[in-house]
Design a protein around this ligand. Structure first.
Ligand SMILES: *Cc1c(COP(=O)(O)O)cnc(C)c1O
Length: 319
């Protein structure tokens, strides 16, 4: 499968390049042109999880990873479960906090790290990442101690929880952290600006582990299949999935899962008071406000990066 730059569709790359570059020309996001449905989703849901991940991921990464390599990546990534727990009749909660840093980002961050390890040819890589709280910890733990990879994490000073801060500022080694006087969106803007400096990108092998990196989202697609596989068969029709959103990466992965054929009737996407997307859907105007710090700080994003991917899926014949 090829990945297109959503801002310049003359830039077409393979999976390895999309993962290593993170962001395309003009800060464009990489995305598949078309997502083909999986033929027999019912048997896929009944398959053992590693076989299921292999079948879901192979079309995306198969050009660059052999089955053996992909199996290896899968084994080293999905080491913790995505557990579906009944809340009440017909309502379930997908527990995505069983990874090392208690965030669903552990799935994507570990998948990205394991893929990069496979693609590494010894050249230097610098992972620059902005965090609104949870991404930093997940990325730091996933990349901690990997040879040839330096990690730099930018976070809004005083706007993340003490536990989150401890989880990534205390590792040392190849993990550097910078507290920024500003919001998450300011941190994210600094990351994007750095990518505009072509000589810097080249010199330090700049990459990002934010959900602008397509590898993170692809891994997250898998746990939506896990979720439905755990729903009793007679309840699998007309599923409604509710997704708390910040950068809209998790929702992007959910919609990819739907395009792959997962029987999802509709999504409920929620934001906190940082509500650029709901206002956009109501008024048609994209007007990010100043970011407001809240208790749900992993959702404190007012310029969500992944929205162009969702718009693409809504507009294209992919849907
Ligand atoms: C990261 C995070 C979000 C936002 O996810 P996106 O993929 O950025 O939309 C929501 N809730 C929690 C708990 C998170 O860690």
């Amino acid at each position: 499968m090829k990945f297109y730059n959503l801002k310049d569709n003359t830039q077409v790359v393979d999976y390895a390049t999309a993962v290593r570059q993170g962001l395309g020309r003009n800060q464009g996001l990489f995305f598949p042109k078309k997502i083909d449905p999986i033929e027999d989703v019912d048997s896929l849901l009944d398959a053992p999880s590693e076989a299921r991940y292999l079948q879901i991921l192979k079309p995306f990464v198969g050009e660059n990873l052999s089955d053996e390599q992909l199996k290896d990546v899968i084994k080293n990534t999905f080491k913790f479960p995505a557990k579906l727990v009944a809340v009440e009749d017909n309502i379930y909660c997908l527990e995505l906090f069983h990874g090392p840093t208690l965030a669903f980002k552990d799935f994507g961050a570990n998948f990205m790290a394991n893929c990069l390890k496979q693609f590494s040819n010894g050249e230097k890589i610098t992972i620059l990442t902005a965090t609104s709280g949870d991404t930093g910890a997940a990325v730091a733990h996933a990349f901690y101690g990997i040879k040839n990879i330096q990690v730099v994490i930018l976070y809004p000073k005083g706007k993340i929880s003490a536990l989150q801060e401890k989880m990534f500022t205390t590792l040392g080694g190849n993990i550097k952290t910078l507290a920024i006087e500003g919001t998450f969106d300011d941190c994210q803007a600094l990351v994007k600006q750095s990518f505009d400096d072509r000589s810097l990108v080249k010199e330090i092998g700049l990459n990002s582990a934010n959900s602008i990196n397509i590898s993170r989202l692809i891994a997250q697609v898998c746990y939506y299949f896990d979720a439905v596989a755990q729903v009793p068969q007679e309840q699998r029709k007309k599923l409604v999935i509710s997704v708390p959103c910040g950068n809209f990466g998790n929702l992007t992965a959910a919609i990819i899962a739907q395009l792959l054929g997962l029987p999802i009737e509709r999504f409920v996407a929620t934001t906190n008071v940082n509500d650029t997307v709901p206002r956009f859907l109501q008024t048609g105007q994209w007007q990010p406000n100043k970011t407001i710090a809240t208790l749900s700080n992993a959702m404190d994003v007012s310029a969500p990066n992944n929205w162009p991917r969702i718009e693409y899926m809504m507009q294209s014949e992919a849907v």
